[in-house]
Structure formats: structure tokens, C-alpha cells
Design a protein around this ligand. Structure first.
Ligand code: ISL
Length: 573
């Protein structure tokens, strides 16, 4: 089953923009971004041409993990505004022809959610079974080292089990101890989630980005995992793409999306997902979700010590990964395309050059993002070429993952502060969370108060006002790339063929549809480079590749030589 221009879903031609509300725009001077701030910046999104906004969580939350710990799914956190503000945002987006995706965080709740408070009230609570409660291992005493029901290591360091002193039992939390995992085995839990989702759709939202949705089904035997860090084991084989996950998602589709699925967009965040599993999640005939976020390409620079021990990216690894995913989801299913989000460092710092070639490399990487087959996701500030935070002290970091990593490494003596600082500077999630740089004023136009996370000092040069004013900017390059997806069917639906898979410097591929052919060729380096594509894309009588549709550099340049970080999109005559 392959879509044609006539029957392809609307989101094959759409571009999504992610807003991380804490850091987007503050309207009341408390240093935290909010909904009214977002409403005031919608013209920026309209100018960029985006179709869909994905809003990271704005629900009521103790903010232990910046809103990914929800204590009320049907209310807005006061730090972000009110439900009335959200209704206004939905209306303002719809007026401009844009849709709104809500973040759906239902693998876990906050430990302050009424469901968990009830569940925790004792073993006889009617909601006890809504979460994962277990006694200590093998008759050991509660709290005794090693008494945790499994040896699983949390995503945020330490055990995935927290002892509840009152009952002497432990509850499961794959993330922080303030994020207890819901028990999806219990049908009441599932029905409560579906009812909440219907309530949002009825309110006017256009779909969901589903947080760690491939972790909701656990092996109920809860086996230990192989030991990986000190005493801790890797439990992920027992909860990633677990035994009932597809059944649950098909049930959700029937209960929530049936009858209105065609207007909506659903995207599952699926860390550790394999291509085979992704095919199941996204095969339209199975009716689960429209697309998933895979994680292979953002793991390629993780070193032997994990994400905070990075190594340089090899371009051939990146091409092997994307090539496999493009081919794997060509006939069935669909890719989502991303470099950045609120959990990843800034791509221009990570895979580009955030010094001399900041602008050029940001544009080259944007070209790669938008020209693959799939739905592109642009993360706030990516369209401005924003860079990593450049913090110089550990006390500048706020993210729970970074703070827990530092605390654990210090406790175990596994890294010096200098090494920790280097690891965080490269990989901390806070790199993507510094406030959006709107202008060159002291807090970059983000707030009139003190921002919750420091503004990057380079906002004096890197900011939206400067970007919008310069026709050759990163912003305008993204805008043109987004426009191409809207107008050129070959960009949305064309076949993908990787060229030069062994080349460590040039990333080249073709997109073809009904006799139309585009070549995308990108110099992923600061060195000039002559490119010979051989028979895969022969040069014409003028010695060139064809008509330039879009390029990163002004002036024609040499016909088949790319300047540092130059990207070209060319149409065959
Ligand atoms: O960023 C990560 C650690 O390096 C990822 O493993 C991340 O934790 C994982 O992708 C899940 O992310 C999502 O769920 C988390 C939340 O902290 C992230 O912000 C969210 O995107 C728990 O809700």
C-alpha cells in the first residue's frame, strides 16, 4: 500500500513546530514562559509557514520534570496560565490554519496526582492496582540494600523503585520517583486515559504526541536485567515495546480516534524502538499511531560511558541509519524527522559547527531534515540556528536528568567535576531549553524578569529579529524548505535513494516521483569538496547537475564543487 498525491494523509505535506512552553515567551515577568506569551508570538510561526504546533506539557504539575509529571490532566498549570488561555490559543491557531498537538504523558503520572495519592493510601485502596506496587524481594526487609523488586536502573539514575514506608511496599518509576508508572494492565486505568483524551479532542485539539508510549506495557513477571552500572541492571528489554503495547494502542485508536482519525495527527515517542516494531506502530492498516520518533540517529554519538561521554559522529553511520529507516518505512508506515527537541542538544552544536560556520551548517542540516521522506519536526530556536547553552558552571543546570547524573557520579566517584561539566556542555537537555532568543535586549526579549534558565549570551547576534531581517538567514532557509514540502509533491511523497553511502563528507540522495527527480547534495564539513555522483546523477552538457531549486549559498559557485557546508537541491531537466 503506497500513497499517491490524491490519497496521501494531510500530514505527509505538513511541518510540525515544537514549543517548550517554559522557554518560549514569558508574558508576565515571572521568568517562566506561558500560554499568553505563545499567543503573542504566533505571527513568527505563521511567517515560517508551519502547519502544526506540538506543545510540550502545560498541565497542572509539580514541575519535577518540567511538566512531564502531571497531577491534573484536565487543567493548566498556573505558571502557564488558564484553560481559558488554552482555548484562546487553540482558536488563534485554527484561525491561522494551524493545528495543535498536545503532549500526552500517560506512562506515568505525578506522585501528587489524586490517582496516586489514593493508590498510596494503602494496600486495600481501590486504586492500589492502578500503579505497580510490589513487596521487597525474597522476604528481605523494606529499605534493605538490594531489596528493590528488580535491579532496574531509572532513566534518571538510581533504582526504578521507591519505598513507601507506610505500607513497606515499593512502587515502580522508570523516570523520577515523582513519576510513578501507571499500570496499563488494569482496564480502569486505560478507560480513564481514553476518557481524558476524548475530552481534549472535544475541546478542539488536533492530536497527541505520546510520551514514551512504547514503555506502557511491562512484562508482568518483572525480571531482573543484565547489570550495567554498579549494582543496577538494564530493565529495558522488559518494558520496551512490551507484550501488550500494540493491543493497547489499537484499543486506544478504537476508543478515542475512531471516526475522526483522518483530521488528527498522532505521533508516538518510542525510545529504543526497532524498525520492525516501528512498522507495526505505523502501519495504517493496524490503526495504532501515524508515526513514531525513533532514537537511533541521536544515539550515534553516545560513547562507551553513555550519553554524557560523547564521541564524534561518523557521517557514514548517520547515512546508514537514515538509509535503513527510509527504506524500511517506504512501502508501509511513515517516518518522523527530527534533529532537535527538548531532550537533545542543539543540532548546530552537535553535528554542525556553531563557530565559524554556524549559519551555513545550520542551513545545511536543515536541508537534510526537510528533504528526507517523512514529517519534519522543527524545535523552537532551531529555525534561528540557536546553539548549545555554553554554561561554564555546574550550578547553571536545572534539568533533573543532568542534576541526578552529577549527584550519582559524585557519590560513586566516577567522574571529576571537569569531566561532568564537559559531558553536560555537550549533551545536557538544558542545551535545548535556554530561552528563545527573540532580540538582542538583555533577556533576549524572552522575559522582563529573571529567566528560569540563563539566556545564551550569543543572543546579541543570534536572534529572531536579525534572522527575519536577513534574506540569507537560517530562518528564511527553513521557511523556503517548508514551502517546498507544501508545493512540491516529490518532497512529500517521492522515493528516497541514498547516494555515496561510504563518503564521510558528502550526504547525497535523490527523491523521485512520477518522472520528477530532485537531487539533494550536502557538504557536511568545513572543507570545500568536488563531488562526482557518477551514473547515479550524470552532469548535463553545461557540466552541472540541473536547475537549482534551493541552495544554502549565494552565487552559483562551481558546478559540481561544494563550498564549506554548502547544500543544494537540484531538479533534473
Ligand atoms: O532524554 C533522555 C535521556 O537522555 C531520554 O531518554 C528521555 O528521557 C526519553 O526519551 C523519554 O523522554 C520523554 O519522557 C520523559 C521526559 O523527561 C522527557 O522530557 C520526555 O521527552 C519522562 O516523561
Amino acid at each position: 500500500m503506497r500513497w499517491t498525491v490524491e490519497d496521501a494523509p494531510w500530514w505527509t505535506r505538513a511541518v510540525v513546530y515544537q514549543i517548550y512552553p517554559r522557554s518560549f515567551q514569558d508574558s508576565d515577568g515571572d521568568g517562566v514562559g506561558d500560554l499568553r506569551g505563545i499567543i503573542s508570538r504566533l505571527d513568527h510561526l505563521a511567517a515560517l509557514g508551519i502547519d502544526v504546533v506540538w506543545l510540550s506539557p502545560i498541565y497542572r504539575s509539580p514541575q519535577d520534570d518540567n511538566g512531564y509529571d502531571i497531577s491534573d490532566y484536565q487543567d493548566v498549570d498556573p505558571s502557564f496560565g488558564t484553560l481559558a488561555d488554552l482555548d484562546e490559543l487553540i482558536a488563534a491557531l485554527h484561525e491561522r490554519g494551524m493545528k495543535l498537538l498536545m503532549d500526552l504523558v500517560v506512562n506515568h503520572t505525578s506522585d501528587e496526582h489524586p490517582w496516586f495519592l489514593e493508590s498510596r493510601s494503602g494496600p486495600d485502596s481501590p486504586k492500589r492496582d492502578w500503579y505497580w506496587w510490589r513487596p521487597p524481594r525474597d522476604g528481605m526487609a523494606p529499605g534493605q540494600p538490594g531489596a528493590e523488586p528488580t535491579n532496574w536502573h531509572s532513566f534518571f539514575s538510581g533504582s526504578t523503585w521507591e519505598l513507601d514506608e507506610a505500607s513497606g511496599e515499593y512502587y515502580l518509576h522508570l523516570f523520577s520517583r515523582k513519576q510513578p508508572d501507571l499500570n496499563w494492565e488494569n482496564p480502569e486505568v486505560r478507560q480513564a486515559v481514553y476518557a481524558m483524551m476524548r475530552w481534549w479532542l472535544d475541546r478542539g485539539v488536533d492530536g497527541f504526541r505520546m510520551d514514551v508510549i512504547n514503555l506502557i506495557s511491562k512484562d508482568t513477571a518483572l525480571p531482573d536485567g543484565p547489570v550495567v552500572a554498579g549494582v543496577w541492571g538494564d530493565g529495558s528489554p522488559h518494558y520496551t515495546d512490551g507484550p501488550r503495547v500494540h493491543e493497547f494502542l489499537q484499543e486506544m485508536h478504537r476508543e478515542v480516534f475512531a471516526g475522526r482519525a483522518a483530521q488528527l495527527l498522532t505521533v508516538g515517542e518510542t525510545p529504543g524502538v526497532t524498525l520492525d516494531e516501528a512498522l507495526k506502530y505505523t502501519d495504517p492498516e493496524r490503526a495504532e499511531v501515524d508515526m513514531v520518533f525513533q532514537f537511533e540517529h541521536v544515539g550515534l554519538d553516545h560513547g562507551p560511558g553513555g550519553k554524557f561521554d560523547p564521541r564524534p559522529l561518523r557521517l557514514t553511520d548517520l547515512k546508514a541509519t537514515f538509509g535503513r529507516w527510509q527504506a524500511g518505512l517506504a512501502e508501509r508506515g511513515w517516518n518522523s524527522l527530527y534533529w532537535d527537541n527538548h531532550d537533545q542538544p542543539r543540532v548546530v552544536s552537535r553535528f554542525g559547527d556553531d563557530g565559524r560556520y554556524r549559519r551555513e551548517s545550520a542551513k545545511a542540516l536543515a536541508t537534510l531534515l526537510h528533504l528526507h521522506r517523512g514529517t519534519p519536526y522543527v524545535y523552537q530556536g532551531e529555525e534561528l540556528g540557536m546553539t548549545n547553552a555554553r554554561f561554564t558552571r555546574l550550578d547553571q543546570y536545572r534539568d533533573i536528568e543532568s542534576l541526578r547524573h552529577v549527584a550519582q557520579a559524585r557519590a560513586l566517584g566516577t567522574a571529576t567535576d571537569e569531566q561532568l561539566l564537559a559531558g553536560l556542555a555537550a549533551m545536557s537537555r538544558d542545551n535545548a531549553r535556554t530561552p528563545v532568543q527573540w532580540d538582542d535586549s538583555p533577556q533576549a526579549g524572552f522575559t522582563t524578569g529573571t529567566p528560569w534558565l540563563a539566556v545564551n549570551p550569543n543572543h546579541t547576534e543570534v536572534n529572531a529579529v536579525a534572522e527575519r531581517a536577513d534574506p540569507e538567514s537560517v530562518f528564511h532557509h527553513h521557511r523556503r524548505l517548508i514551502g517546498l514540502r507544501h508545493t512540491d509533491p516529490v518532497v512529500a511523497l517521492g522515493d528516497f535513494t541514498m547516494l555515496l553511502p561510504e563518503d564521510e563528507q558528502v550526504y547525497a540522495f535523490t527523491r523521485t516521483l512520477d518522472g520528477d527527480a530532485l537531487l539533494v547534495v550536502v557538504n557536511v564539513s568545513g572543507e570545500e569538496r568536488a563531488v562526482d555522483l557518477g551514473d547515479a546523477w550524470p552532469t548535463g552538457p553545461d557540466g552541472g547537475w540541473g536547475d537549482l531549486v534551493l541552495g544554502t549559498h549565494a552565487g552559483a559557485g562551481e558546478p559540481t564543487t561544494l563550498r564549506p557546508w554548502e547544500a543544494r537541491v537540484v531538479r533534473r531537466r
